[in-house]
Design a protein. Structure first.
Length: 384
């Protein structure tokens, strides 16, 4: 029967149209999908037609009116199992070529690399430039990535003849099913390096320690990754390098705690300063920078008379700069310290103050926050 009619394509159909028609019919009549004996016979006919039209020589022989299998192949033989898989999954098989066949490329992109960098809080907040020593694969200087010794070149694999794949034929009710597997002799490359470079062993790359300069932007935090394009591992065969990622770890600060872009700190003042009020000059985070401007190294904190312990003061634009602009606040919590060791003179002065303020026998004040323990006892005694 006419293979063009079996596949339902025109006589001038290109390879893509023929393969598309075959895939559609194969999915319809394949025995795993359609167990009907008639469908199985139809699948054999469709496969036979595709075998003719997918082979330029067989197709030309049929178009001339000759026998496309005059070379000794029987109907349904030499059929590729890869074509059946393409019919069901529509994808390419393994290999380097676009149609899933062909040798693997020796030159491939390298892997990305990751290193961790410890920096101080001020460096994370305002940015810093660091020098890093990294161990990665680099192009072999001896063979320049070729992998072969000087004066030699890779040779075509005699087993697969440069295809990178070898065919394995298996008989089935469909005929001879041919599957393609990577060539074991050349590992799928299609070529063999008979005399590899002594320095890289034929890989085209060696490991080396090198120094890089990385600029850490202002506003980074623990877990932030800075990408250095093409500074990672060089690929096999001297292929393009992957990227290097620098993961930031910010050290703990003895004064400031970071929450997002805000900085928090606690200032302890004596009871007298809290009662009378005062002004204090305190260091900022910028003071940790080696080239800090003196004007930015301190800030004035005004303690108002009667300040209570736990009071917070928010200083705008004194926190950490954001990666996308803006700057957080500095939140200062006031802790009032009660003296614990008094000499007799100090104790007498406080007693005089207590008398003057009528606080010799102070009454405590309970703040209502729902029904506490005393409220529940009172309700119990009142029968509520």
């Amino acid at each position: 029967m006419d293979p063009y009619e079996l596949l339902g394509v025109d006589r001038d159909a290109d390879d893509a149209a023929i393969k598309k028609a075959y895939r559609k019919l194969a999915r319809q009549y394949h025995p795993d999908v359609n167990p009907d004996p008639v469908a199985q016979e139809k699948f054999k006919e469709v496969s036979h037609a595709y075998e003719i039209l997918s082979d330029p020589q067989k197709r030309a022989a049929f178009d001339r009116g000759g026998d496309p299998f005059a070379g000794g192949f029987g109907a349904g033989q030499g059929f590729s199992f890869t074509d059946i898989m393409d019919a069901f999954f529509g994808g390419a098989g393994q290999g380097g070529a676009a149609n899933g066949r062909g040798p693997r490329p020796r030159v491939r992109r390298g892997q990305d690399a990751l290193i961790r960098l410890d920096i101080e809080l001020a460096e994370a907040a305002f940015g810093v430039t660091h020098e890093l020593k990294v161990d990665t694969a680099v192009v072999c200087d001896t063979c320049h990535g070729a992998g072969a010794a000087a004066g030699t070149q890779p040779k075509i694999c005699e087993t697969c003849r440069g295809a990178g794949e070898v065919a394995h034929v298996q008989r089935s009710f469909l005929g001879e099913i041919r599957t393609l597997r990577p060539c074991a002799a050349c590992r799928g490359f299609g070529t063999i390096i008979a005399d590899p470079c002594r320095d890289c062993g034929g890989d085209g790359r060696v490991r080396s320690r090198r120094t890089l300069t990385v600029k850490i932007p202002a506003g980074v935090d623990t877990g932030t990754r800075v990408q250095l394009a093409e500074q990672g591992e060089v690929g096999p065969g001297g292929g393009p390098a992957g990227d290097l990622y620098v993961e930031i770890n910010v050290a703990r600060h003895e004064t400031f705690t970071r929450h997002g872009n805000d900085l928090h700190c606690t200032v302890t003042i004596p009871m007298t300063a809290a009662a009378l009020g005062t002004t204090m000059s305190l260091p900022t985070l910028e003071a940790d920078l080696p080239d800090a401007d003196p004007e930015d190294s301190t800030f004035e904190l005004e303690i108002k008379p009667g300040t209570q312990s736990g009071t917070e003061q928010v200083l705008r634009e004194r926190g950490v700069p954001g990666l996308r602009g803006g700057r957080g606040s500095l939140v200062v919590t006031i802790h009032v310290e009660t003296p614990t060791r008094l000499d007799s003179a100090q104790e007498e002065l406080l007693r005089q103050l207590a008398v003057a303020r009528d606080e010799e026998q102070p009454e405590g004040h309970l703040r209502a926050s729902g029904k506490g323990v005393f409220g529940r006892f009172r309700d119990a005694f009142n029968g509520r």
